[in-house]
Design a protein. Structure first.
Ligand code: ADP
Length: 194
């Protein structure tokens, strides 16, 4: 059973690639962004609590997303592909604890990289179809990228130390990035089966 984190800046394609990998390798795609949007859509108290932060492009509280991931891990026996979590060092520490608690092992953290102009271009493109308010406003996009640099990027150091981090180029076409990702995942599966 593989457990993988897809890591990267807003707009880099984590959601797209997590979907492709989940389908191909029979993993459960867990996106904290999607979970939070579902809470907002359903009008739950949690959704009401996080709506404003998400619309501003702020990260929501660690305790909220850690709780959502804990619940999701309790509800499946499949390997998981995490998209958009962890986004802070505290979340990364909590994930270590959660995986232990749920008898899982983290196999790999794959960081997808692309230049900032490309991220902004993709977010603008996505805004046309996503209906996401945080994709439609330039100040919010800038703020999300600042949040990423300040709070999320340091998570790579956390995983570098444990030897789990693999970085791939995500600047080109979807199928090029997808091939690079599949190569990494195929390698993990081969290693796990030895
Ligand atoms: P993107 O990667 O394009 O920013 P997401 O759907 O992953 O899109 O996240 C959208 C928003 O949801 C974030 O800007 C943040 O407000 C909130 N969010 C998602 N995941 C987390 C997380 N792990 N920690 C804190 N906030 C999160």
């Amino acid at each position: 059973m593989e457990n993988i984190v897809l890591f990267g800046a807003p707009g880099v394609g984590k959601g797209t690639h997590a979907n492709i990998l989940a389908e191909k390798y029979d993993l459960l795609h867990l996106s904290t962004g999607d979970m939070l949007r579902a809470e907002i859509e359903a009008g739950t108290p949690l959704g009401q609590r996080v709506r404003a932060a998400m619309e501003r492009g702020d990260l929501v509280g660690d305790d909220v997303v850690i709780g959502l991931v804990d619940k999701a891990l309790s509800s499946t026996e499949l390997g998981v592909i995490l998209d958009g979590f962890p986004r802070t060092v505290q979340q990364a520490q909590a994930l270590d604890f959660l995986f232990k608690h749920h008898n899982r092992r983290m196999n790999c953290v794959i960081s997808i990289d692309a230049p900032r102009e490309e991220l902004v271009r993709r977010i603008h493109e996505r805004a046309l179809i996503s209906g996401r308010t945080d994709d439609a406003n330039d100040d919010t996009i800038r703020h999300r990228l600042e949040e990423y640099e300040a709070k999320t990027k340091p998570v790579t150091d956390y995983y570098k130390v444990s030897g789990l981090l693999v970085c791939i180029d995500g600047s080109g076409e979807i199928n090029q990035t997808s091939m690079r990702l599949c190569k990494v995942v195929d390698g993990l599966i081969r290693k796990n089966r030895k």
